[in-house]
Design a protein around this ligand. Structure first.
Ligand code: HMG
Length: 384
């Protein structure tokens, strides 16, 4: 039987980061609250010439350098932090990468859930045309108001995944459970660059959608929980995955353990929230840090505020380790400079208006940069 799923994956983040110990010092908070209470040590902060498009294009480039674009029929870009109200961020990526015109390009939105919507659409597309490949790019910058409860849970990252028949990394299984409920737990008005959140309600909505989507998954012929070996969760902060795992254990009566999700939290701890990319950053973390996963089943809980939850599973393919490329993200994370609290505040407060032409300072060393605004349009370029 033909299988469909993830053939390749790349994770990319920003040029620099803020240490949460530095944020805690500046805000007069015990650093243990962020490190232990939230499970976070650093958060990615974009340079002035980085955004969701530049991170997504870099991740996509690394995947396509290995596979080419001959069989690519769609580029599906998922984001909460899109750069235009009309044009898909995927169009900029398409242009930067010089992709062929004979393909579909579009953007998906539903807070942090959008990446999973794109992945499921990609699987449906390749199931219908098994010779085709689809590039899913999920890229986000999580930004809350300064000195708000959400501030320590900001961050940024992009994941690119090549989806095809007979995948080398993870076969996505067909059973899936869904749960949608209209709720004002987190949103971002059109005239705001920062998200609004009701923290306590967001935790409740996340956990309600976990149980709702799990129950739907189980009712539609999903696997028994004992058949799932590793568990991935949307991770706005890594402690949230622990809370979700404990709740799922109580709900099902299964003896779930912390080890079943430990390796999936390594990257997220230093990226912060990357909204839609976060659960796939967790997948990259799991695959990069564990041997012997061949044939193991992974549970995915994807959540996007507002709210949508989806529960589904995937099975790791034999020989997956030969198709992984952990080096770029691991060396990027190791080399990433820390910025001071004052530099972070200055970056946070810089909001560009489309009414003024501007050139951004050259900071990022990534292959693509956001060069500025000209005539109201965002300009992107290959980094020299
Ligand atoms: P808060 O009020 O700042 O923190 O809000 P808290 O008082 O609830 O403390 C947090 C944890 O730190 C607690 O642990 C404390 O006990 C512990 P818990 O009891 O929950 O296990 N703590 C300490 N631990 C060690 N030493 C100490 C110490 N002090 C306290 N000294 C909140 C926390 C998460 C609400 C806040 O950060 C926030 O509003 N974040 C943004 C919203 C969010 O991330 N929600 C998560 C679910 S919704 C979601 O995931 C969707 C989202 O990604 C958006 C999308 O879909 O696009 C957000």
């Amino acid at each position: 039987m033909t299988t469909f799923g993830i053939h390749d994956i790349e994770l990319v983040t920003t040029h620099h980061a803020l240490d949460l110990a530095e944020l805690a010092r500046a805000r007069g908070v015990d650093p243990a609250k962020f490190e232990i209470g939230l499970g976070q040590t650093r958060m990615s902060v974009p340079a002035p010439d980085e955004d969701a498009v530049t991170m997504g294009a870099t991740a996509a480039l690394r995947v396509l350098e290995r596979h080419g674009s001959d069989r690519l029929r769609s580029l599906l870009f998922a984001t909460e932090s899109g750069v235009d109200q009309s044009k898909s961020g995927g169009m900029f990526v398409h242009g930067l990468l010089g992709l062929p015109p004979q393909m579909r390009v579009m953007e998906f939105k539903q807070a942090c859930y959008a990446g999973t919507a794109a992945l499921q659409a990609a699987i449906a597309a390749v199931a219908r045309d098994p010779g085709a490949e689809v590039l899913v790019v999920i890229s986000d910058v999580a930004k809350y108001e300064l000195d708000s409860s959400g501030e320590p849970t900001q961050g940024a990252a992009a994941v690119a995944m090549l989806v095809k028949a007979d995948p080398a990394l993870v076969e996505i299984e067909p059973e899936t459970g869904m749960f949608s409920a209209e709720v004002d737990d987190f949103w971002r008005p059109n005239d705001s660059t920062t998200a609004r959140v009701d923290g306590a309600l967001s935790l409740k909505a996340y956990l309600d959608a976990l149980i709702g989507s799990w129950d739907d998954y189980a009712a539609r012929g999903g696997r028994a929980i004992e058949e799932i070996d590793r568990f991935l969760y949307h991770q706005p902060f890594t402690k949230m995955a622990v809370k979700g795992h404990q709740r799922l254990g109580r709900h099902t009566g299964a003896d779930l353990t912390a080890e079943q999700l430990e390796t999936s939290r390594t990257y997220n701890r230093v990226l912060g929230n990357s909204y839609g990319a976060s659960i796939y950053a967790a997948l990259a973390s799991l695959l990069h840090h564990e041997d012997g996963l061949e044939g193991k089943r992974i549970g995915f809980y994807s959540y996007g505020s507002g709210s949508v939850g989806e529960y589904f599973t995937g099975v790791v393919r034999p020989g997956y380790r030969e198709h992984l490329h952990p080096e770029p993200i691991q060396s990027d994370l190791a080399a990433r400079p820390s910025i001071s609290f004052d530099e972070y505040v200055a970056l946070h407060e810089t909001v560009l208006s489309s009414a003024e032409d501007v050139e951004t300072p050259r900071v990022t060393g990534a292959p693509f940069r956001f060069a500025g605004i000209r005539g109201g349009a965002r300009q992107y370029e290959r980094n020299a």
